[in-house]
Ligand binder design. Sequence first.
Ligand SMILES: Cc1ncc(COP(=O)(O)O)c(C=O)c1O
Length: 440
Amino acid sequence: MSEHKKLYDEVFGLIEKHDDWMSKTINLIASENVSSPAVRSAIVCDFRDRYAEGWPGERVYAGCKYIDQVELITIDLAKKLYKAEFADVRPISGVVANLAMYTAAMEPLDRMMALSIAHGGHISHARKDLGGTAGQIRGHKVRNWIFDDKEFNIDIDASMKQIKDLQEKGDEIKFLLFGGSVFPFPHPVKEFRDIADEYGMTIGYDSAHVSGLIASGFFQDPLREGADMMTTSTHKTLPGPQHAMVLAKEKWADAIKRASFPGLLSNHHLHNVAGLAVALAEMMEFGVEYSKQIMKNAKALAQALHERGWQVIAEHKGFTQSHVVLVDVTETPMKDGATVEENLEDANIVINRNLLPWDKKRGRDYKTPGGIRLGTSEMTRLGMKESEMDAIAEFMTRVVMKGVDVKKIAKEVGEFRKEYQKVHYAFETDTPAYAHLRFK
Ligand SMILES: Cc1ncc(COP(=O)(O)O)c(C=O)c1O
């Protein structure tokens, strides 16, 4: 057998192993989900090999008549689901959607406000010296929101004062960005609308993590609360393919369209647009029930961990109002997020280490942060409810607090997972959640 054929076979072997492993693990990665059999079926269609530059009906490529119809359906569903005046479903990822938003709302070098990473911001919101997209690619000067650690949210009064002081100094802020990768509580969008109007600032909201909850009428409604535009990746609480969207008020439509194409995209992964249409239709049908359970499960997981002695953040606020649970693990026997992450993975429980707002003061960085981040979207999608969250908290406790052998727990987790092999909240639920669709 040739060396190339061996590698070719090895890739398929590894895919099989991954799928098998996923079917036996508890996946609590807050930024992930498992797409439905119908979404997976759509994203392997022939669109994956085509181009459709431009807007449906105004393409600069031939051969798009069916692709256009699918993209128009996707736009229509996105506008309905988010009650948005405008939707651009072309950005191929959340980072690209954020770039389209920055390009539409700001000139290069303009100043903006965003959450720091330690407070839950995403690297695509960050400064140049951190390698962040906003700073490095667009040259934006990023000022961070002042954060209230106890409330685990933006400090409204202090941030308002900061903006006013900056304006008076001549350091004009042009753009206020809300949203992030860890935000268990809604951000104060409406509270900043007046100051945005006073100084002519645009408000953006990165809903990547919470857009499934927003679509279902939970968490918050940024476009009604005063955001001009909202970006989202489409594969977190919204359980679609890896893709993204920008949703906005109509007045931003031309600027966003132009930023996407010809600014940022040539092909826009048309197969994923088809998959997104399917996911949006499923959310219209099943989203409310699904999102409600995600949020119940997050609260239940937080409570179950708290009862077992874990330091879950924001106990006084009921721990979370989203899919995310954040835990300070420095008082556990494992002492840091990286060690907890590694040990849980060996026990087939997949979670993320996470920097906490107070980590910097403790001399910690992202390699050995003090926290872990847990999300309930994927396990909820497999049909788990509050009692399963209690069982998950018990597995985690036995690994991290009691030092039980990880191999033993991994076996038990595999047994526990046997009953949860199908995707729920979808039109087609027969195909196993982690089945590999084969063509050869
Ligand atoms: C808040 C936020 N924005 C943007 C992104 C990037 O999305 P993508 O991975 O689709 O580029 C993420 C990814 O996790 C995120 O958490």
